[in-house]
Design a protein around this ligand. Structure first.
Ligand SMILES: NC(=O)c1ccc[n+]([C@@H]2O[C@H](COP(=O)([O-])OP(=O)(O)OC[C@H]3O[C@@H](n4cnc5c(N)ncnc54)[C@H](O)[C@@H]3O)[C@@H](O)[C@H]2O)c1
Length: 427
């Protein structure tokens, strides 16, 4: 890896996901021409806010949690990116996720910079009241830097419409006006957008269809394996199943369920809603341990859980034709090289999962104009943006003879740095 000027607050021996992102920037830099003069700007988040989030627990004790909001780059517009509640959240992770948002927003050409937030907490250990207090206190702590024209949070792992409603309400109370545009992914009753909940999974499906056409893989009958059965993986699995694909394996945090003829995805959703995970699903032919998931042969593999799941250790075992990165950062750079050498077509996260932020953008536009669109209109516009972005990335990849990941970074980083260059440095 090229040596980087690292900030003192990161451990140089364990850079985590931020190190993964820096390596991706190294790969794109030779393709940026004269704009590479500005590339250092992509290697340093614009602004990092670390906050202490204290709450009173139901038993009367006081608990403190570590929270972050990172604004990576705002050259093209206000910050945009989700908020994650997870016990393993680190600053390095939030930094990387914010940077991938910069790249993603530019890749699909929505007028946003990149940001991300998180709290280091396992929300399953909190009551509903505690979760609400945590969310409200976090929102008040980061209200210094968020706002409808400054930085607009959205849901990510373990956050949902309810959490967004509490964030919006807290911000509105602090500001003294009804700022629906301060967050996206809100409930429909509160300025949310039709189609937002399904948008990321739908986008994964749309680029999957494009990639399959390029690779000569028919969706009907294709074997699809999915890691993560939440908002992204659950919706993507449903859409592939509806298009005639066989969902041969699903893994979540509780286990792995397998059926070579295809799992009944609707029944699996019901089971997960009742049991809290895929484990014990009566419609499975077999159950597997965590690691064996990577040995399952498929035509399309969709990692849609967490980052750094596919590594140099398990990548050699993967047998698939197309990989659609629903999760952010699921593949380490070493694993990326291994899969590329095996001629697996990888549609990278910064393109494949951009459907969510695209419909978040629609939600924000609808909130500003207080004029709401039909679901058909939203899905049609989403499909067009995802297809166009895939086509543009495909053309760059062919032209420069690079992977779809590097091609997406070329397109996106060029847009970000062009904006940086014409704006110039202040003061
Ligand atoms: N929700 C969005 O709109 C959106 C948009 C873009 C990217 N993403 C990314 O997609 C990924 C999933 O997000 P989500 O919103 O679907 O989250 P979610 O909380 O709805 O679902 C996460 C899923 O991953 C599973 N999981 C957790 N840990 C696991 C493990 N160790 N092994 C296997 N499975 C595990 C969970 O059981 C659950 O099924 C994340 O990387 C997120 O950043 C989400």
């Amino acid at each position: 890896m090229t040596s980087h000027a690292l900030p003192s607050y990161l451990n140089p021996d364990d850079l985590g996901p931020w190190g993964q992102y820096l390596q991706q920037i190294d790969r794109v830099t030779p393709h940026l021409g004269s704009l590479s003069r500005w590339v250092e700007t992509l290697k340093r988040p614009k602004r990092i806010l670390t906050v202490d989030v204290p709450i009173e627990r139901d038993d009367g004790s006081i608990a403190h949690f570590e929270g972050y909001r990172v604004q990576h780059n705002m050259s093209r517009g206000p910050g945009k990116g989700g908020v994650r509640f997870h016990q393993d959240v680190t600053l390095s992770e939030v930094m990387a996720l914010s940077a991938w948002m910069t790249v993603k927003n530019a890749a699909v050409n929505v007028p946003y910079g990149g940001a991300k937030g998180g709290i280091r907490v396992d929300p399953k250990t909190l009551s509903r009241g505690e979760l609400q207090r945590l969310t409200r206190r976090y929102t008040s702590e980061i209200s210094l830097i968020i706002g409808p024209t400054k930085d607009i949070p959205a849901p990510d792992v373990n956050t949902n419409e309810q959490v967004m409603a509490w964030m919006m309400d807290s911000y509105a109370m602090i500001e003294g006006n009804l700022s629906t545009g301060v967050v996206t992914g809100k409930p429909i009753s509160l300025g949310g957008s039709l189609g937002r909940r399904e948008a990321t999974g739908r986008g994964v499906f749309v680029v999957g269809r494009e990639a399959a056409a390029k690779r000569g893989v028919a969706i009907a009958g294709a074997r699809v394996a999915v890691q993560g059965f939440g908002n992204v993986g659950g919706v993507a699995a449903t859409m592939f199943a509806e298009a005639g694909a066989k969902i041969v394996a699903v893994q979540d945090h509780t286990g792995t369920v397998v059926h070579p003829a295809g799992l009944d995805v609707a029944l699996l959703h019901k089971h997960v809603a009742e049991a809290g995970g895929v484990k014990g699903f009566p419609g499975a032919e077999a159950f597997m341990d965590r690691d064996a998931f990577w040995d399952i042969e498929s035509d399309i593999l969709i990692p849609a859980a967490l980052e750094q799941q596919i590594t140099a250790e398990n990548a050699p075992r993967i047998r698939t034709k197309i990989m659609l990165e629903g999760a952010n950062g699921p593949t380490t750079p070493e694993a990326d090289d291994i899969l590329n050498d095996k001629d697996i077509l990888i549609v990278p996260d910064v393109l494949a999962n951009a459907g969510g932020v695209t419909v978040s953008y629609f939600e924000w536009v609808q909130d500003f104009s207080s004029f709401f669109w039909s679901e058909e209109e939203i899905n049609a516009r989403l499909t067009r943006i995802m297809q166009d972005a895939f086509g543009a990335v495909w053309d760059v990849a062919q032209d420069k003879k690079v992977s779809l990941r590097t091609a997406t970074f070329i397109l996106a980083c060029t847009r970000v740095l062009q904006a940086r260059e014409v704006r110039g440095l202040y003061p």
